[in-house]
Design a protein around this ligand. Sequence first.
Ligand code: ZN
Length: 422
Amino acid sequence: MARESDPRTPGVPNLGHIRLTSHSGGLHAPTITWGAPTAAARGPVIGTTSTRAHRNVIGTHSGSYSVYRALAVAAGALSREHRADLTNTSPTDAIGPYPQWADPMAIVSLDPWGAAVADAFPDEIAAGIDIRPTIAITKAHVILPEIADAIAKGRLVPDGEILLDSGAALVTKAAVEPVWYLPGVADRFGCSEAELRRVLFEETGGMYPELVTRADLSVFLPPIGGQTVYIFGDARDLADPTVELTARVHDECNGSDVFGSDICTCRPYLTHAIEECILGTQRGGVGLVAYSRKEGRALGEVTKFLVYNARKRQAGGDTADQYFARTECVAGVQDMRFQELMPDILHWFGIRKIHRLVSMSNMKYDAITGSGIEVGERVNIPDDLVPADARVEIDAKMAAGYFTPGPVPDADQLRNVKGRGL
Ligand SMILES: [Zn+2]
């Protein structure tokens, strides 16, 4: 929809007066009772930017892509009044509700009812309220060279249902946008809600004034990446602790996951987990890979590449004993992933037991078990899948507390584990 230009800024659509978010609108919007046992009692999450009086959250939909949406409006390509036509978009698999959905502190970083808004709030949508899904669930075939290789080497055998002769594995996949219940997020991080709100406001350069001016709004749609979940087998089996569950929670690493960079074990561990998920499902179990957009330990790729240079240029070269120190020098911390929110996705699926956790991370293990989910066996990455240049990382992590069925490297060994130069 084309708009007239403002004469002061030719070419830019005239959007009218700026309405500040801090004190107006939303006061008569439907309320959110986080953790209420039904969708109707909980109330819809409304992050619309078109009718301000309907809003009952801070921020807007689509996570980090909300900024691209703003660009599309600024460019005149997208009408602010556009409403999604949700015809035929409903989930391919029904998830829940599970008892965890009705505990306000069990799930605090996603909306458990986010996939079902069209079914849960038909009257509100018919009345013109812009309620959008924050979760979408679909089906896919995934084809990976590592899985084809496992078939060629006889480790995997196609069964025609879970794994096809073509090498394609059949999955259900869900995309999940972040929806934060601020009192619950503060509780996970051991700070007060007021502290959390103030620091979120200040550390985003004052992006969301409502964080500090609208204490009546408890739900925040943060402008960050979300998660994607791949399920092998029947998604309903995830909630049944008697069905063997193989699971990996994986944090994004674009360099390895997509481009095959050999400085870390991310992609080999991810594809090993997918192989284990297929094997487990063929045994009558179910598999799950939850992939979080937390690039480079949530430090981002610029910081990550700076650390690579600092590691490889330091006196003595890239050694395992300096691995965490170099990250901390650049970033100020070793890790910003803070696994405290990660178990939410597991509770959304009603998971109570993970029989085989394909992860060596003590931080992930502690977060999962600390949230009340039982973990059986921990599955390490096989040694022959660790790239030569990634030995520095995996040995440093094992020395720092990562699970290993073998010996933990000592200080002398860490000094001698050396990566490639630049
Ligand atoms: Zn990596």
